[in-house]
Write a protein that binds this ligand. Structure first.
Ligand code: DC
Length: 472
């Protein structure tokens, strides 16, 4: 049986509307781009001079404005006609001033409630392809097929830039990219229905794929829902991950003293690079157990040869990396994970610290952040290095996990030399931010350099001596 309700979600310029329209046409289904509804409310608000920051007024407007989306009524390249209070606003809602204001408008819970109710009424009739940010997660969680289209911010900015220029308007690529990142940030960090793939969505990274290629994959899923099983985002894996996480949380609660701080710093949705200091094998599991989102990880290839650990890593679906080779394939897979709006955790030091204090970091995390535009979440861990000896002495290990504030990478420079410089600087910043979350004796090579004359406060700057030995 063909799926009757199809949800397609994804960030701006991920190809949703092109793919959704083609798919709907081939299936003879109704096609509803819910972004047009948020845009219509925004346009009317601007027209009526309502202050976009006035949540109450904007919500009241969303509740009373009459939006209608019909088949194209004019043959001018439009995909559909949008009416707001009876007026054809199909092209007006694509204007830059709407682009610039639609994300804050769509972040208001009351606006979402009003539009979500309408979308549900239409969607539940079936034979529909509905596009948006939250269709699979909030509007129609019962959809028969959920697809999430992603692509790197650069790729999406290139597409948008090309579209604008094809319309004969002038546009600067760097500005388009910056605007894209601003909208991504608001859409994925907002509290109400943030942009993220549903757990049972099939995620397709469209970076480097043509429209025909993406359409072929999507049609394959429609015709043969079984192919869903092969998806790396399959239900089985999600269940295994949730189970692992709950089990780890239980073990931690039972056998350790655990202190977790800063969870409020974690953005609600969207791609994220979690960078943690690496003291012991337990660090990766600790991060995956304690973060609220399901985390993807990168693990050293050597670990895959350890009995049990290896099988667990495979089941969990971590990305294997060779000790000294952060190679192209790993980068491609990591970028794909981020383009899909997921959370990727890795240790910038790329190996466990020999001294228990921070060691010189590799450049991988900063490189991925600059390429993908994903923000970095610094995470500091203490106590995992003494777990084996604590347990041997029947002592409850004391573990801490501290989450710092997100670091947003700058737009990637265009010249290779400037890019290298950016990677080095960002690596340094990430490590210093992790160091600042750690007690002085853990800061190692990222301890602040002592600045004579000594000041009060940061007493740690008196050359903290890295601890020797990891106590097991
Ligand atoms: O897909 P688009 O660029 O036309 O969407 C415009 C805005 O509307 C976008 O910034 C996010 C918001 N939106 C939303 O919050 N939920 C949806 N289901 C669809 C769009």
């Amino acid at each position: 049986m063909k799926p009757s309700i199809i949800a397609i979600d994804g960030p701006a310029a991920s190809g949703k509307s092109t793919i959704g329209e083609l798919l709907a046409r081939r299936l003879g289904y109704l096609y509803l781009d819910t972004g047009a509804m948020y845009r219509a409310v925004t346009w009317v608000a601007l027209e009526q001079g309502i202050d976009i920051a006035d949540e109450e007024a904007i919500t009241a407007l969303a509740e009373r404005v009459e939006i209608n989306i019909t088949r194209p009524t004019v043959d001018d390249g439009r995909q559909y006609t949008v009416y707001a209070n009876g007026q054809d606003v199909t092209w007006q809602i694509r204007r830059p001033e709407v682009d610039a204001n639609v994300s804050p408008v769509s972040a208001y819970p009351g606006v979402r409630q009003a539009l979500t109710d309408q979308q549900r009424r239409i969607g539940r009739r079936g034979h529909i392809v509905m596009m948006g940010r939250d269709i699979g997660t909030v509007v129609l969680p019962e959809a028969d097929l959920k697809i999430y289209l992603g692509a790197t911010a650069e790729e999406r900015a290139r597409r948008r830039h090309r579209e604008v220029r094809e319309r004969g308007e002038v546009a600067d690529y760097e500005e388009v990219l910056a605007a894209m990142r601003r909208r991504d940030k608001i859409d994925s960090e907002r509290k109400a229905a943030p942009l993220r793939p549903a757990d049972d969505a099939i995620v397709i990274d469209t970076t480097g794929l043509s429209i025909a290629e993406v359409l072929a994959r999507v049609e394959g899923l429609v015709q043969n829902p079984k192919s869903k099983v092969q998806s790396s985002n399959g239900k089985g894996r999600a269940i295994f991950r949730r189970f692992t996480r709950s089990f780890l949380r239980l073990l931690l609660r039972l056998f350790t003293h655990l202190e977790v701080t800063g969870l409020e710093n974690i953005p609600q949705g969207g791609p994220l690079l979690v960078a943690f200091n690496h003291l012991a094998y337990l660090d990766g599991p600790l991060v995956l157990a304690l973060l609220p989102q399901l985390v993807e990880g990168i693990a050293l290839e050597d670990l895959y040869r350890v009995p049990v650990t290896g099988q667990l890593l495979r089941l969990y679906g971590t990305i294997p990396v060779h000790r000294d080779q952060f190679d192209r394939q790993v980068i491609r897979r990591a970028l794909r994970v981020l383009a899909e709006g997921k959370v990727l955790a890795l240790a910038p030091e790329a190996r466990m610290s020999l001294t228990g204090a921070l060691e010189q970091a590799r450049l991988g995390v900063a490189y991925l952040a600059l390429r993908s535009g994903a923000p970095i979440l610094p995470v500091a861990i203490t106590g995992t290095e003494t777990v084996p000896s604590d347990l041997k002495r029947l002592r409850r290990p004391r573990l801490t996990l501290t989450v710092g504030e997100v670091i947003v990478p700058p737009p990637q420079a265009s010249k290779p030399q400037a890019r290298r410089q950016q990677v080095a600087e960002l690596t340094d910043e990430i490590m210093h931010r992790i160091a600042a979350l750690l007690p002085p004796e853990y800061r190692g090579v990222y301890a602040p350099t002592p600045t004579p004359p000594p000041t009060l406060g940061e007493g740690s700057s008196n050359s903290p001596s890295p601890r020797v030995g990891r106590g097991g």
